[in-house]
Structure formats: structure tokens, C-alpha cells
Design a protein around this ligand. Structure first.
Ligand code: NAP
Length: 507
């Protein structure tokens, strides 16, 4: 039996044994329990599951002090940030309760039998149904919001899919406590045993993705880890959908007009954004295009002065710290790249996992190698462009991103429209005169993007429509009323429906 330890990341000291790494028998047992829970969880209905999600949020809030204390010890993210993240996580669970109560996500559609220009048509009724048990892998940088009780878990449970979470090795204690809160919420609301389960250890995670009871996987984490597990999911005898939310360069463009108007203000915002959470955000702006010339010099000078006042911060784990330092070293060694701003040695946090912010500069027309890859941590690259031709050629060479940000001048037109068109095809969220870190939990949010931002750009992992990943369409043809789901039966129902081509509001 291999023990899983909770580590104080600030000192590197193991503090407690949290669990044992899951064996093949453990993974099988938890997946079979999830499979058995599936029919009863679906039968709980939308109202029952909405109550369950709210009960889970209540259980998390009741354990707030312990959860944030353990998460802070394991992640060094600080209690203020973690309290905010837990609040967001509970808000998210409650939002998904509203999503399923609304019922629009079911896409309920009825075409009555009748004569059409194509001849007689049968009665056809369609809606979305849950896939079955879902495996969920969270990321190290959001121990709540993108981990055990996060958006993947909430959206899968909302649709009626039991969830088996893979505990993150950087915060196993937090993972276990959050799982216990979700389990208590499930029990308190009459959900079946096995509605939520947990496995620990890398081998346990691989077995989870391959288990026949698992019908989809939600993953948040690194490109390398996501790719490895995506390949496992695809290589199954019965390949399953794998929704990998991965890393991203998140380009940011400053137009000449914006730079002339407010170079210093943009520099200040950019520093705040690329160093937020010690740069450990999937939405961190890693590459900022700035116009060459006097305005760029002002922006660069403001970055240099601002970064010099910052200090080192503790990173999430020894592994992430080492990967960041190796990535920063690769940037330093890349031809045409030079460091233009850094924090003096000795400022800020000290210890084996502490890292300092750094800013590099390069020519937009000469970007290559490490500059074009995510470096997870407090680093960004300023790419100077001489003219629009150089800017658009560089943008065309970028791979997919979660976000793209544009800073434009007051009332500017022309260039913003060209940028919008160029960036739309490369990113899932376009931000104007703002910064990409921070993803609002809202009905309209999209958090995703073309590869390598995600393994599947068709869906979002944040916001009301995240449920779409864990449902599939079924059509019933000439079916008796008794076999139809309640939402497709004749008479008034509490979901919006498209009936014979016309959208009808919920009764
Ligand atoms: P990670 O190292 O990929 O870990 C994520 C999870 O996957 C862990 O449970 C890890 O556990 C497991 N895993 C990784 N490789 C595996 C393999 N080969 N086989 C089985 N399991 C494997 O990612 P992370 O360091 O926690 O997170 C940082 C990354 O997440 C950054 O790149 C960041 O940009 C990204 N991120 C993305 C989003 C988003 O929404 N797009 C949000 C937050 C973070 P084991 O170590 O036990 O294998």
C-alpha cells in the first residue's frame, strides 16, 4: 500500500497521510458503485438534483475553515484567495441547480406526425440525456473551482451523471475533504450511494479513464497530462469523450493608439494579470504584442519599474516550481529573446518552491520555440511589432488559446475589427480593454478554445452550457406517452420546447 501524503508546500514537509493510492480493485469498486447509482440519480429528477447541488454547496460552506486551512497549506495560495475561490465554487454549484431547473439545456423538441412537402412524417421527439458515470481530473492551481467540487463535477452531476474524481497529488487533503462534503450533500438529499467517488494516485487515474463504467472524462491540467489521458480515452475498445481543458498562451495585443493613450496603465494591468496567483492561471497573458517606438518604450519602462517592486511567491508544488524555472531558462536561451524586467533576488517569499516574476522581450516577426508555448508561472513576453503586417503575420503563427485580449484606443476603428476577425478563430474568449485572468461564472461564459487550449473546442468548461459535455441526444419516434421522458410528453411541462418548429416557453 502506497500512502498519499499531504505536504506543506511552503516547507516541503509531509504533514499527514491522507489516503492510500487506489489499487485496481479500489478503482473497479468505485466505478461499479457509480454505474449502479446512475439510474437512481437520473430518477431523482431535475428538482431533486438541484436540491442536491445546493446541499453540496451548503456542506462545503459548513467546512469552509478546515477546507481553506488545508488548501492553503497544500497550495500556498493564501486564505483570502482560497476563501474567494470556495465562494465561487459554491456559487457555481448553485448556478448549475438553476440551469437544470430552467431545463432549456435539454433542447426538448417535438415534431408531431403530419403531412409535409416530403410526404407523411412520423411523430419525432428529441432531447438530451445523461451519458453515465464521468471521471473528473482537477488542476493544481484551483484546489476548489477546478478540482474535486469544481465545474466539471457540478455540471456532470447536474445532468444526472455520477462522478468519480481523481484526487490531485498537490492537494490530496483538500481533495479528500471536498469529496466528503460532496458525499454528505448527496446523502442529505437522498441521492444514491456512489453518486460521488474518489480515487488517488496516477495509476488509479489511468485505470479510471479506462474503466468500462466511465462514459466521459473532464480534465483540467497540463497539455502533457491531458494529451496522455486523451490518448488513453481514445484507445479504449469503446472510445469515450474526453474534455481536456489545458494551458494556453493567451495573446494580448496593444494597438498603437492604445499604447499612445495609456502605456503606463496597460503595463500596470498586465503586471497584475501575469503575476496573479504567482502566474499560475491558465488564462495568464503569456505573450503581449506592443507597437515599436516611443509608446512601447514607455510601456516597457513601466513594466521594468513595476516588476522591480514585486517579490517572489511560492509556487503550487516543487514539480511546478522546477518546470517554471526550466521554462524560464529555455526562454532566456531562445535566440532574439532578452530579459527586460525581473524582481531583485531576496524580495518576497523564500523557500524551495519560491519563484520570481520575469519579463522578456522579442521581435514579433521572430517568435519561435519556447516563446510560442505556455510557461506556467510568473512570466510574460513583450513582442514588439513594427507595423500591422508584422503583427498579423505573427498572430497567424499562434496556436489555439483560451483567450485573446485587445487594448484599443478611444473610438478607434479599423484595426480593432481586423484583430477581432483574426483572433476569433484562435481563441474561445475575446477581451477588450481588460485582462484575461478571471473567468466569470455566468450563463454566457465560454472557457475553451482550439487545440492546444482544449482537446475539444466545441464546448465550455465554465458557465451554464458546460452541462452540454455530459449529455447526448436521443430521438423517440412514434413512442407511446408512457415511455417518453416527462419533458417530452403532451401537455404543459416546465421546460422550454420547440414544438413543430416554434419555440414555446416553459409552462
Ligand atoms: P497536471 O500535472 O496535468 O495534473 C492534472 C491531473 O492529471 C492530476 O491529477 C495528475 O495526477 C493527472 N495526470 C497528469 N498526467 C497524467 C498521466 N500521464 N497519467 C495519469 N494521470 C495524469 O496539471 P497541473 O499541474 O495540475 O495543472 C497546471 C496546468 O493546468 C497548467 O498548464 C494550466 O494552464 C492548466 N489549467 C488549465 C485550466 C483550464 O481551465 N483550461 C485551468 C487551470 C489550470 P498525477 O500527477 O497523479 O498523475
Amino acid at each position: 500500500m502506497t500512502a498519499v501524503s499531504s505536504i506543506d508546500v511552503r516547507t516541503g514537509t509531509p504533514v499527514a497521510e491522507v489516503a492510500a493510492e487506489s489499487t485496481a480493485a479500489d478503482v473497479d469498486a468505485v466505478c461499479v458503485r457509480a454505474e449502479r447509482a446512475f439510474p437512481a440519480l437520473e430518477a431523482l429528477g431535475r428538482a431533486g438534483r438541484a436540491a442536491m447541488l445546493r446541499a453540496m454547496a451548503d456542506e462545503l460552506e459548513a467546512r469552509r475553515a478546515t477546507l481553506t486551512e488545508v488548501a492553503d497549506r497544500e497550495s500556498a495560495l493564501g486564505e483570502t484567495r482560497l476563501n474567494g475561490e470556495l465562494t465561487r465554487t459554491c456559487f457555481q454549484l448553485r448556478l448549475f441547480a438553476e440551469v437544470i431547473e430552467d431545463g432549456g439545456y435539454l433542447e426538448a423538441t417535438i415534431d408531431h406526425a403530419g403531412d409535409t412537402a416530403m410526404g407523411p412524417r412520423p411523430d419525432v421527439r428529441r432531447m438530451l440525456v445523461p451519458l453515465g458515470p464521468v471521471g473528473v481530473f482537477g488542476a493544481s492551481n484551483f484546489p476548489f473551482a477546478f478540482s474535486v467540487p469544481g465545474g466539471d463535477t457540478a455540471s456532470a452531476l447536474a445532468t444526472g451523471c455520477p462522478v468519480v474524481v481523481k484526487a490531485h497529488p498537490a492537494h490530496p487533503g483538500t481533495s479528500q475533504l471536498a469529496y466528503e462534503a460532496l458525499d454528505a450533500g448527496a446523502r442529505a438529499s437522498g441521492a444514491p450511494e456512489g453518486t460521488v467517488g474518489i480515487v488517488h494516485g496516477q495509476e488509479g487515474g489511468s485505470l479510471l479513464v479506462r474503466h468500462p463504467a466511465i462514459k466521459a472524462v473532464g480534465f483540467t491540467g497540463s497539455l502533457r497530462g491531458g494529451r496522455a489521458l486523451f490518448d488513453l480515452a481514445s484507445a479504449r475498445p469503446d472510445p469515450i469523450p474526453f474534455y481536456g481543458e489545458l494551458g494556453s498562451l493567451n495573446p494580448l495585443v496593444v494597438t498603437p493608439a492604445a499604447a499612445a493613450e495609456r502605456a503606463e496603465e496597460i503595463a500596470k494591468g498586465l503586471i497584475g494579470s501575469f503575476t496573479l496567483g504567482v502566474g499560475q492561471f491558465c488564462t495568464k497573458p503569456g505573450l503581449a504584442f506592443v507597437p515599436a517606438g516611443e509608446a512601447a518604450e514607455r510601456l516597457r519602462a513601466a513594466m521594468t519599474a513595476g516588476v522591480a517592486e514585486l517579490g517572489a511567491g511560492w509556487m503550487l508544488s516543487a514539480g511546478i516550481h522546477d518546470a517554471f524555472e526550466a521554462g524560464a531558462a529555455r526562454l532566456r536561451e531562445t535566440a532574439g529573446v532578452s530579459a527586460v524586467a525581473s524582481t531583485p533576488d531576496g524580495n518576497g517569499s523564500q523557500g524551495p518552491t519560491a519563484s520570481s516574476p520575469v519579463v522578456f522581450a522579442a521581435r514579433a516577426g521572430e517568435l519561435s520555440g519556447a516563446v510560442l508555448e505556455e510557461c506556467f508561472g510568473p512570466v510574460t513576453v513583450l513582442a514588439e511589432y513594427a507595423d500591422e503586417e508584422e503583427l498579423f503575420a505573427a498572430l497567424a503563427g499562434l496556436s489555439g488559446a483560451l483567450t485573446a485580449t485587445v487594448h484599443i484606443g478611444d473610438g478607434e476603428t479599423g484595426l480593432p475589427e481586423r484583430l477581432a476577425a483574426a483572433l476569433r478563430d484562435r481563441a474561445g474568449r475575446l477581451i477588450w480593454n481588460g485582462f484575461p485572468t478571471g473567468v466569470a461564472v455566468a450563463w454566457a461564459m465560454n472557457h475553451g478554445g482550439p487545440w492546444p487550449a482544449t482537446t475539444n473546442a466545441l464546448h465550455t468548461s465554465v458557465g451554464g452550457t458546460a452541462v452540454r459535455r455530459f449529455v447526448r441526444p436521443v430521438a423517440w419516434q412514434d413512442a407511446p406517452q408512457s415511455v417518453l421522458p416527462e419533458e417530452l410528453r403532451d401537455g404543459p411541462v416546465s421546460v422550454p420546447r420547440r414544438v413543430d418548429g416554434t419555440l414555446e416557453p416553459s409552462a
